[in-house]
Design a binder for this molecule. Structure first.
Ligand code: COA
Ligand code: AMP
Length: 631
């Protein structure tokens, strides 16, 4: 599996000669026209890759594999324990479906550069919709199904799509989710110019279609003419993916066709050890970046087979789900979030379900999305007797910043570290002034510009926010928003966020956004939300809310109403279930809320009572409350 090269030499080349390095990697992709510049720095600190080049991501992900003899190989395997169904799509079938779907989308007035919002569950049609947009140069924006209608509306308003693609429903262990009803609500809230919605009717629960606006997927596809891929500029946007920032306004991360295809094609064999023709199983959701890169684009660009799993690590029906998939489809790599591993370990501590399966095809188990806790990593190593490899990345980067490149001579694993920097990422821990921290000491993690191909090109419609959020803090660097250190062997350790972002069950959420929802309630004057360490989900949001002086209602009823409000406004994915009504928040005498101290209490860390606090007793009350929640 390993190709015997020295990773450190390769990494050094990527830093000292990025243009040479990436030009070489770009040969993995088929170009209609080669680039003029590998790295275009004319607009620094905004960089572009492969300008002047033309290609199409959908062609690279499907058609070229059919042309070169992979037509009968599985491209997508869909396994859905929640409906009891499974289905395989060969590359040829995928090409046929995607080409005709592209015909439907174009027939609905979508042209190159137009946006298409996709709000769908874990079905193969979701991947087909993404690929069909890419085929005609339309820009897709997938919205995760666990978001409520107002969040969907915000994304529709920001992306201003011509078309929305959705389904009648999704199926969660807690019940059927009416995606179409949520979409109808969102469209009422947003001021878009949506002429059409393309709707996949699922047998589990069909929905009403609005005449004139809604188009039935199956009917439209039955009569559609296939269309060929359209070559676009290398820096033409492929997709927008919204992620949480520090406020209620999500950031639309923009990714291009060229750099993205080149970077992902490097990662499949080199980070995951996956060759063309092999099966990769990424257990995430297509609505997140991990799903974009390693359920859809990465495996297909590489000519491999991807598994789309409509189920959960536990409860569909039990903790054997992932192992069943690996055995049945002979997966070579499994990639999921640590929270899923913890859920499996909790339900099957002795690994009985693991022992019962033939997992001989599996080479390694990859984790990302949040910090991996050492106990769970050791447990998985022991149960699986395979490498368990953490890696660290973000929606913004689209692929790993640090990791253990499995395609290379084995790099010793340090449990607790996210691995070595990946090619093109010059990772530094900086102090407040922007000076490097001594080796092994905690700082703000920043990456020297330029970032490698495949990383964000901008924020949709908001170049200033791109600059202000990532580039302004340390000129010449990209600010990751994470704190951590680089140790004496060059390994990167990621500890926590330096902003108001928390990570709940591998989902990135903004506490600032939850505070905005709480403060919006007429009885609330102040609110603070922070993440409390949780054994399964990593973190859980906890809200402290101060009602107005005139509030004379019941605290419990107010807390329940606020919990319901966050669910309705942001969505079930926020998992906001702990809300406490307090008469005041801990503040300094100058009126600043002590968020840092509350975060330390929440994480069970030692904290010093600041001398400037106006009433220290409130910290004890909060600590007591959090103790109750954690137990
Ligand atoms: N559509 C609609 N609702 C969804 C959804 C989706 N795609 N995904 C999650 N939800 C809902 C869930 O049904 C749940 O609703 P509930 O409050 O009514 O039960 C809520 O959002 C919270 O979901 P989740 O955070 O997933 O928690 P859970 O308790 O249902 O499951 C785990 C716990 C650990 C099994 C689950 O979180 C998991 O598999 N996590 C993996 C995360 C992941 O893959 N992250 C991607 C980064 S790699
Ligand atoms: P997202 O953009 O949703 O992928 O979330 C990215 C954030 O998740 C990062 O900025 C980190 O805070 C966290 N994260 C992702 N992977 C890891 C990891 N392997 N170790 C620690 N934190 C991680």
């Amino acid at each position: 599996m390993t190709h015997g090269q020295d990773y450190s030499a390769l990494y050094r080349q990527s830093i000292t000669d990025p243009e040479g390095f990436w030009a070489e990697q770009a040969a993995r992709v088929d170009w209609e026209q080669p680039w003029d510049r590998v790295l275009d720095d004319r607009d620094a600190p905004f960089y572009r890759w492969f300008t002047g080049g033309r290609l199409n991501t959908c062609y690279n992900a499907i058609d070229r594999h059919v042309e070169r003899g992979r037509g009968e190989q599985d491209a997508i395997i869909w396994d859905s324990p929640v409906t009891g169904q499974s289905r395989r799509y060969s590359y040829r079938e995928l090409q046929d479906q995607v080409a005709r779907l592209a015909g439907v989308i174009r027939g609905l007035g979508v042209e190159k550069g137009d946006r298409v919002v996709i709000y769908m569950p874990m079905v193969p049609e979701t991947a087909m919709a993404m690929l069909a947009c890419a085929r005609i140069g339309a820009i897709h924006s997938v919205v995760f199904g666990g978001f409520a209608a107002p969040e969907l509306a915000k994304r529709i308003e920001d992306a201003d799509p011509r078309l929305v693609i959705s389904a009648s429903c999704g199926i969660e262990p807690s019940g059927v989710v009416d995606y179409k009803a949520l979409l109808d609500d969102a469209l009422q809230m947003s001021e878009g110019r949506i002429a059409h919605c393309l709707i996949l009717q699922r047998d589990t629960r069909r929905c009403e279609l609005q005449e004139g606006r809604d188009i039935d997927w199956d009917e439209a596809l039955a009569t559609a003419e296939p269309v060929d891929p359209v070559a676009v500029e290398a820096d033409h946007p492929l997709y927008i993916l919204y992620t949480s920032g520090t406020t209620g306004r999500p950031k639309g991360i923009v990714r291009d066709h060229g750099g993205h295809a080149v970077a992902l094609c490097w990662t499949l064999p080199n980070i995951y050890g996956i060759q063309p023709g092999e099966v990769m199983f990424t257990a995430s959701d297509v609505g997140w970046v991990v799903g974009h890169s390693y359920i859809v684009y990465g495996p297909l660009l590489n000519g491999s087979t991807t598994v789309i799993f409509e189920g959960k690590p536990v409860g569909t029906p039990d903790a054997s789900a992932f192992w069943r998939i690996v055995e049945r489809y002979k997966a070579r790599a499994l990639f999921t979030a640590p929270t899923a591993l913890r859920a499996i370990k909790k339900e099957d501590p002795d690994g009985e379900a693991i022992k019962a399966r033939d997992l001989s095809t599996l080479r390694a188990f990859f984790l990302a999305g949040e910090r991996s806790d050492p106990d769970s990593v050791r447990w998985a190593e022991q149960q699986l007797q395979k490498p368990v490899l953490d890696h660290w990345w973000q929606t913004e980067t689209g692929w790993a910043i640090a990791g253990y490149p499995f395609g290379y001579e084995s790099i010793p694993v340090k449990i607790g570290a996210a691995g070595l920097p990946m090619p093109g990422y010059d990772v530094r821990a900086l102090d407040e002034a922007g000076d490097p921290m001594p080796v092994g000491e905690l700082g703000n993690i920043a990456i020297r510009l330029p970032l490698p191909p495949g990383t964000l090109t901008t924020l949709w419609g908001n170049r200033e926010r791109h600059h202000e959020s990532y580039l302004a803090r340390y000129p010449g660097y990209y600010l990751t928003g994470d704190s951590g250190l680089v140790d004496e062997d060059g390994y990167v350790h990621i500890m926590s966020r330096i902003d108001d972002v928390i990570n709940v069950a591998g989902h990135r959420l903004s506490t600032g956004q939850m505070e905005e929802v709480l403060i919006d309630h007429p009885d609330v004057v102040e609110a603070a939300v922070f993440g409390v360490a949780d054994a399964t989900k990593g973190q859980l949001p906890v809200g402290l809310v101060v009602p107005g002086a005139s509030f004379d209602g019941d605290d419990k009823a107010l807390a329940e109403a606020l919990i319901g409000r966050v669910r309705e406004q942001i969505g079930p994915v926020a998992a906001f279930k702990h809300c406490r009504i307090v008469r005041r928040l801990p503040k300094t005498r100058s009126g600043k809320t002590l968020r840092g101290t509350m975060r330390s209490i929440a994480n069970g860390e030692d904290y010093t009572v600041p001398a400037t606090i106006d009433d220290p007793s409130i910290l004890d009350e909060i600590a007591e409350d959090i103790g109750r929640i954690r137990s």
